[in-house]
Design a protein around this ligand. Structure first.
Ligand code: SF4
Length: 352
């Protein structure tokens, strides 16, 4: 069977009434947002799906799903068809994880210009076998080798931070000694042109982050920048909803990283510490894009509501992310129909 035939079969398995339920986000039928959006996106896409799928695998997945739902969700029979349809679409047509990528801690890695997802929870002999995520063991040795090289060149702290970066789900990471990083006046000028419509709107972007001199002073209190990235798969180059979802998922992953680093005793510190750069915290995190944590930012009338979770933007510090990526030895772009976001950890106080 071709993927397109399966996509059509999945769409035909739902009635007009089912689609009305999916479109009504307040409906009483318990469909998860992930499954709902998956099915609506499948219906609305203009993509023609290429490739063949073994019918036996589809039948096996359907049977496993049926048994699973009967056993674990018997009280909601009306919802089963949506779970089944969305799971088949994700596993065989879209080739994405069966769970929302920010709901489970997948690892992502890019190989041959393709984003691949790895699941630490994947087990054999269950419905998970049909999920296109791969087993963690496939990337673990590659990452261990990278961390061993980092430990040798930059020390154990750098390797441990990289381990934490990978554990938080990022696809790649690389290290730059801070004295080798250059900021550029023209990047700040691009911010001022406000094409991204983020300039002067939150505490995470210029001018709130301070002048380039102030940003550089803050950065130069640290020895290393560990640049990290995560690539996300899109339906196509015009998948703007996918890009927005990916950006939100990236920001969640940065929060996850901050929490994991904090657990290990590396706190991002107070906003004051980040601002003065004289008594730096153990580390500082930078993130891509602006801050979207609050519906309406307090800027400029009142202080940030979440100063401990305020991550200034890399671009706002005057860096060309493409230049940083090249220096850190990680890809800036990861192939067609993907979007890659970047963040950075600054660490290693010079005073210590
Ligand atoms: S956390 Fe809220 S108040 Fe602080 S910069 Fe972000 S949007 Fe603004």
């Amino acid at each position: 069977m071709t993927k397109q035939e399966l996509a059509d079969q999945i769409l035909d398995s739902l009635t007009v009434e089912d689609w009305e339920i999916l479109e009504d986000r307040n409906s009483q039928v318990p469909v998860s947002a992930h499954n709902r959006e998956t099915l609506l996106a499948l219906r609305d896409t203009e993509t023609e799906f290429d490739g063949e799928i073994e019918e036996e695998r589809i039948e096996e997945a359907k049977a496993l799903l049926g048994r699973f739902l009967e056993e674990h969700w018997a009280e909601q029979p009306a919802a089963h068809k949506y779970v089944t349809a969305a799971s088949l679409a994700l596993a065989f047509v879209l080739e994405r994880p069966m769970h929302a990528w920010d709901a489970v801690h997948y690892a992502a890695a890019v190989q041959d210009e393709k984003v691949r997802y790895y699941c630490a929870y994947k087990e054999g002999g269950t419905i998970c076998d049909h999920c296109p995520t791969r087993h963690m063991e496939e990337i673990t040795p590659l990452r261990e080798a990278k961390m061993a090289a980092v430990a040798e060149q930059y020390g154990d702290v750098s390797a441990e931070i990289m381990r934490t970066v990978f554990a938080a789900g990022f696809s790649d990471a690389g290290i730059l000694p801070v004295e080798e990083i250059r900021c550029h006046e023209e990047v700040r000028k691009i911010c001022e042109e406000n094409r991204c419509r983020a300039y002067g709107r939150t505490w995470a972007c210029p001018p709130a982050v301070g002048t380039l001199e102030e940003c550089s002073r803050r950065v130069s209190a640290y020895r290393y920048m560990q640049l990290f990235s995560r690539a996300y798969r899109l339906e196509d180059e015009f998948d703007f909803d996918g890009m927005k979802d990916a950006m939100m998922a990236f920001k969640k992953a940065v929060d996850e990283l901050a929490a994991r680093l904090e657990e290990k005793g590396w706190s991002a510190g107070s906003q004051e510490q980040q601002e003065d750069g004289k008594s730096p915290a153990k580390l500082q995190l930078l993130s891509n894009e602006s801050c979207t944590r609050c519906k309406t930012c307090t800027y400029p009338d009142a202080p940030c509501r979440f100063p401990d979770r305020l991550y200034h933007t890399i671009e706002g510090y005057g860096y060309y992310v493409s230049e940083l990526a090249a220096q850190a030895g990680i890809p800036y772009m990861n192939g067609r129909s993907t979007v890659t976001f970047f963040g950075a950890v600054l660490y290693g106080n010079k005073d210590e």
